[in-house]
Design a binder for this molecule. Structure first.
Ligand code: TXA
Ligand code: MG
Length: 342
């Protein structure tokens, strides 16, 4: 049985005790819900991989209560590590650094580097402070399912497979943290997030995006799978000039509906009106003028379409090539099983 806890101090204390004893606890962070395990307890970490159905070659992020805790977890802090932490922690930035031998190889999937972040969510911070141990936490979804932004998503995937979930309400960012590799020269963004490339360039002028962060293809490190974050129904993504993409999408959706398929559309609010007279199940992500809102709604909208039992999902790529737009594009591409270029 999975128990649901509130965010009271006594609940946090209980969740912290459960983690220290090797249990699995889902908790809110500002990005998505995480599934935590004691990061220095190899057996707990193995249980975590099992609960998620996650392949053992996909490394985990270690969460810390304070930047001071990093010192005991890394072999050394690379140049700019302290400056970046001072500027962006607590917050949605994960730093990849050379690992200390204290970190079990289970956590890092055998790599000699470790990914570390200090989350900003008050519940995550209270839990980390109470636990007094570093917490390894991937997103609290079943492997390859969209990340959870609400407790209901966590329970849908993991009820009965984990000990506790702390219900802290919906998360506030909606897409996972930016992963920045500080062990490469130049430093590389492996996964775009709410700490954007533009923000990082202020401190790290030579920082680069991993070349294939958006386009599917072979991945440089274990776990950087291109196919990820998938809804159950196949998602077809239309790329190109917005009007042409939308026209092609509507034509394809009309045909699918005519073929008797249940059609889902992951839609911008401004696009809904152009669908005429055929049945479509819309999940709105908000408007292109508010990318933070789109990031927040993206995974919940994918889950809504799955819950509605659609056979196929159509989406138009967003028309934004910088800032948070990169993170949204990256997730749309990873969710897609077909990309139509116009
Ligand atoms: O926002 C987040 O980061 C959330 C919350 C819960 O903190 N966590 C999260 O974890 O998204 P997960 O496991 O779903 O994604 C971790 C990502 C993976 O893409 C993994 O490959 C990468 O971080 N990663 C972890 N350790 C790494 C390492 N040593 N080198 C390169 N990439 C690493
Ligand atoms: Mg994940």
């Amino acid at each position: 049985m999975t128990q649901i806890l509130d965010t009271s101090p006594s609940s946090i204390a209980r969740a912290a005790e459960c983690l220290r004893a090797g249990g699995l606890v889902a908790f809110p962070t500002e990005t998505v819900y995480g599934l935590g395990a004691h990061a220095l307890d190899a057996a707990a970490v193995r249980r975590l991989f099992e609960a998620k159905g996650r392949p053992a070659n996909d490394p985990l992020i270690v969460h810390v209560a304070s930047a001071n805790d990093v010192r005991g977890l890394v072999a050394r802090i690379p140049p700019h590590g302290e400056l970046l932490a001072a500027r962006f922690w607590p917050g949605p930035l994960t730093l990849v650094m050379p690992k200390s031998p204290r970190i079990p190889l289970e956590v890092t999937a055998g790599l000699d580097t470790v990914a570390i972040r200090m989350p900003a969510h008050p519940v995550a911070r209270a839990l980390l402070e109470a636990a007094q141990v570093p917490i390894a936490a991937p997103s609290a979804n079943l492997f390859s399912r969209p990340s959870p932004t609400r407790t209901a998503h966590v329970l849908h995937d993991l009820e009965g497979r984990i000990d506790l979930v702390i219900d802290g309400g919906p998360t506030t960012v909606g897409v996972e943290s930016t992963v920045l590799d500080l062990t490469s020269d130049p430093p590389m963004v492996l996964r775009p997030g709410a700490v954007t490339l533009e923000m990082l360039k202020g401190l790290l002028p030579n920082v680069r995006m991993r070349a294939n962060a958006v386009e599917p293809g072979p991945q440089p490190s274990p776990g950087m799978f291109s196919k990820h974050y998938s809804p159950r129904a196949p998602l077809v993504l239309f790329k190109g000039p917005p009007e042409a993409a939308l026209d092609a999408l509507v034509a394809r959706a009309r045909q699918a509906a005519a073929d008797g398929r249940r059609v889902g559309v992951l839609a911008m609010r401004e696009d809904v009106d152009v669908f005429g007279d055929f049945p479509v199940c819309f999940a709105e992500m908000g408007t292109g003028r508010d990318l933070a809102g789109v990031a927040l709604r993206l995974y919940a909208a994918l889950r809504e379409l799955d819950a509605a039992g659609v056979d196929i999902i159509f989406a138009r790529d967003i028309d934004a090539d910088e800032g948070l737009g990169r993170a949204i594009r990256d997730r749309l591409h990873r969710a897609a099983s077909e990309i139509v270029r116009l």
